[in-house]
Design a protein around this ligand. Structure first.
Ligand SMILES: CC(C)(COP(=O)(O)OP(=O)(O)OC[C@H]1O[C@@H](n2cnc3c(N)ncnc32)[C@H](O)[C@@H]1OP(=O)(O)O)[C@@H](O)C(=O)NCCC(=O)NCCS
Length: 151
């Protein structure tokens, strides 16, 4: 059974393995470690014996939750884990008083775009070259209070 839990220092090597298997240009272990310390309890993992997915966010200002990264081990995809991890992050953002959540996603990352749309995110902007030359990102926002617009 997969459990969603707080990440701890001892999870980081396994988080990094998920990261490495999920992204062309993975975050280095040292950066993941830095996020573990600056994100408070906004770093969550999915465990099935080992870490099979993770999500990390940070608060920006008093109202904004920023989703920094989300990834699920390839063999565990398509089973709802991405949704569960992000859902847990949204609940934690909400408890901290965030009114909305935002993130960046590659414009051609159809699977992630589908996931975010299904959770109520919508595109509000474009960051040109965000992931490197010619690799643009949409900025997506989700209202955590169930209202139509965001403040
Ligand atoms: C994006 C990612 C985290 C999704 O994780 P996941 O556990 O497979 O996602 P879920 O099973 O919770 O699926 C949630 C939604 O994603 C979309 N989705 C998932 N797999 C999909 C597929 N193969 N094709 C199209 N859409 C898909 C669907 O909208 C799905 O909702 P539905 O089940 O109601 O149709 C995972 O694919 C991943 O780690 N990708 C590589 C890293 C990455 O791109 N991270 C996002 C960076 S912005």
């Amino acid at each position: 059974m997969v459990i969603i839990d707080n990440a701890s220092l001892s999870d980081l090597e396994e988080v990094y393995e998920v990261e490495r298997r999920s992204f062309e240009d993975p975050y280095p272990l040292a950066l993941l470690k830095a996020y573990l310390f600056i994100s408070g309890n906004l770093f969550v993992v999915a465990r099935d014996g080992k870490v099979v997915g993770y999500a990390v966010g940070v608060m920006q200002g008093r109202w904004r939750g920023h989703v920094i990264s989300l990834a699920v081990e390839p063999e565990f995809r398509g089973a709802g884990l991405g949704k569960s991890l992000l859902g847990e992050l949204h609940r934690r953002f909400g408890r901290l008083g965030c009114t909305y959540s935002f993130l960046e996603v590659g414009v051609s990352n159809e699977i992630a775009l589908g996931l975010y749309r299904s959770l109520g995110y919508y595109v509000v902007g474009l960051k040109v070259g965000y992931y490197g030359r010619g690799k643009h990102a949409f900025i997506m926002v989700k209202d955590l209070k169930g209202r139509k617009g965001v403040e």
